[in-house]
Design a binder for this molecule. Sequence first.
Ligand SMILES: Cc1ncc(COP(=O)(O)O)c(C=O)c1O
Length: 459
Amino acid sequence: MPIQRSDISEHGRPAYRAIADALERAIGTGDFAPGERLPPVRDLAKTLGVTVGTVNRAYVLAQSRGLLTGEVGRGTFVLKRQDRQSRIRIAGEDSVNAADLVVNQPPVALTDEEAAQSAARAFSRHGSTLFGRYPPTAGIAEHRAAIAAWIGRTGLEVSPDQVLVTVGVHSAIAATSLACLRPGDTILIDQLTYPGARDLLGVLKFRVEPVATDAEGVLPDALEAAARLHGGRAFVTCPTLHNPTSSTMPDERRRQVAQVVERTDLLLIEDDIYGHLPRSRPVPITAHVPDRSVLVSGMSKCLSPGMRLGYLVAPPDRVAAITTALHDLVVAASPLSPALFTEWLNEGLADELLERIRHQIARRHEIAGDALGLAPPEGSPHLWLPLPPSWTAERLVEAAARVGLHLPRTDVFAVGRGGAPRAVRVALGSVAEEDRLKSALRRLRSLLDQAPPRAAPVI
Ligand SMILES: Cc1ncc(COP(=O)(O)O)c(C=O)c1O
């Protein structure tokens, strides 16, 4: 049975919720497969030492999270991934007032004309080779050099030989972990994190353990203790405009973290996906501990999520192994996006687009400040909004969805059993028009000013 008593033994959380969370984890790691039938309520209740009613409530909660489907007389089944997506969409999405505050992407900066013209220029030089040949797995040398130059703007000097072109951050993390670690190894990760990274590591059969953070990011002592307690082999963190909290780790803390990484023999996987958005920022932690770090990043937040252009920077002695793992995963990333990026960089369009995105994000911060009385740190495309004591994150997300405001559930960002803090992440870049964003955030404000709706009576 993928769920045991120890999974729900933590105090301070209702048992049905702990069971639903454990189910979600087991589904995320594949221990319960898509389409698999869940154990009958009575059996699970017996295994866990809880009442049948508690397990029933847990199944209902997991259904409302879009994870399960119940079929009368046949039992309860894990939804297939594609069905999960469609069920997670909530009523009201198509109405004129609907607003996507979930997807964390920058406002659109490129015009159709710029796209067409830069593509024509990029592909007119080596187009037939780009389209007609498999690229090297690490990427074409000219593109790696362009990306190395782009990375240099963060203060990290790298050689193009250390740069590998990837399909977004996901394949960069997957290739790094598969090349440098063994299945079953423990990877430490910020206690609140980008869920995509945590879920990916679970799917790859790594054990993932949370590390405590404060407003400046991971706590060095907590990292050291967790590394020793769990025998951690790697640490994944996003120290610049962290997702979801948008905090940036100051330089001093970065140096302390680098020392812990060194002392405890960890591999650091530094996710710098938001790193180009602020106008100034501390240098990546990787610069302080280059032999033990792989920096993963890409263009999704600073130029274009549609390009699916990611990259990683590896220590020279890791490049070959990570390239082999990348080949196993994707053979090679398409060279078309890096060719376009190289053109943009050489023509100055990359800087121009980044400036436009920064400018639009700043305008959206003003809108958030007016509507909600709070704006995120400079450059952040997402806002971490603390809630008044009357609201829990779960209730607010539900109530907002009923009026067409779509927010991500806060518990998806939590690793382990820490539970969800009283805050929601608001993505500011997805709603295309500023007026609509203004109206959406004002509606969110007025919702927060009201008392939450009473829960339906439970008999
Ligand atoms: C911290 C973090 N890393 C990576 C990603 C996704 O990166 P990519 O689009 O390159 O896969 C996100 C997207 O939200 C993110 O927040």
